[in-house]
Ligand binder design. Structure first.
Ligand SMILES: CC(C)(COP(=O)(O)OP(=O)(O)OC[C@H]1O[C@@H](n2cnc3c(N)ncnc32)[C@H](O)[C@@H]1OP(=O)(O)O)[C@@H](O)C(=O)NCCC(=O)NCCS
Length: 168
């Protein structure tokens, strides 16, 4: 069982180390933004969670740090509404596991728990997307009963995305 917590000042060191691991592997990650300036990052996250002062195109979301005991292993977000862009190319949910902890079933577990959280907020179904070539993420979605809807071309990212609904 992972712990899902909303970020606070207490998580400064963990968050910086978490994103540093992505940087080291030349990857970005959801919530990456201004992490180097942690105070700014945290303020932005709190705004996202409160749904205030949002940049253009952003919606209210909960952004969780996912801990395996005392280790920050992943991040998970849940968006509370879908803009036309999110409906086509983003979905309600995003997740990532740090490179050193992959292929151990953590994302599958994270999504499973995240779906329970979504249900608790009153969602009856959530939209989850993955890039066409993201086989690992697709497996995670399928193992959580994702129902394939369709595949769309995201011209901005120059990539096909697969759209799945998960019924809660
Ligand atoms: C996608 C991601 C979250 C998966 O995390 P994870 O903790 O490694 O996932 P799990 O261990 O729960 O499951 C991954 C599954 O994909 C498989 N897999 C891993 N890499 C794979 C690859 N390159 N090709 C095919 N399958 C792959 C694993 O074997 C596992 O399947 P199995 O349970 O049948 O063995 C992780 O790679 C990640 O954070 N990537 C960067 C961010 C991202 O892509 N997020 C998803 C956005 S939609």
């Amino acid at each position: 069982m992972l712990s899902f917590v909303l970020p606070t000042e207490a998580h400064r060191k963990d968050v910086l180390a978490f994103y540093a691991e992505f940087e080291k592997s030349n990857e970005t990650c959801i919530g990456y933004g201004d992490h180097a300036d942690f105070d700014k990052w945290l303020c932005g996250m709190h705004n996202r969670i409160a749904g205030k002062n949002l940049p253009e195109g952003y919606v209210r979301e909960n952004f969780y740090l996912c801990y395996d005991k005392d280790e920050l292993v992943g991040v998970f977000n849940l968006k509370f509404e879908l803009t036309p862009f999110l409906f086509n190319y983003g979905g309600h949910i995003g997740y990532a596991v740090k490179p050193s902890r992959r292929n151990k079933g953590l994302a599958t577990q994270m999504l499973r728990q995240g779906l329970e959280i979504s249900k608790g907020f009153g969602f009856e179904k959530v939209l989850v997307l993955c890039d066409d070539d993201n086989c690992a993420s697709e497996k995670v979605i399928l193992k959580n009963n994702g129902v394939f809807e369709n595949k769309l071309f995201d011209a901005e990212e120059n990539v096909f995305v697969k759209r799945y609904w998960i019924y809660l």
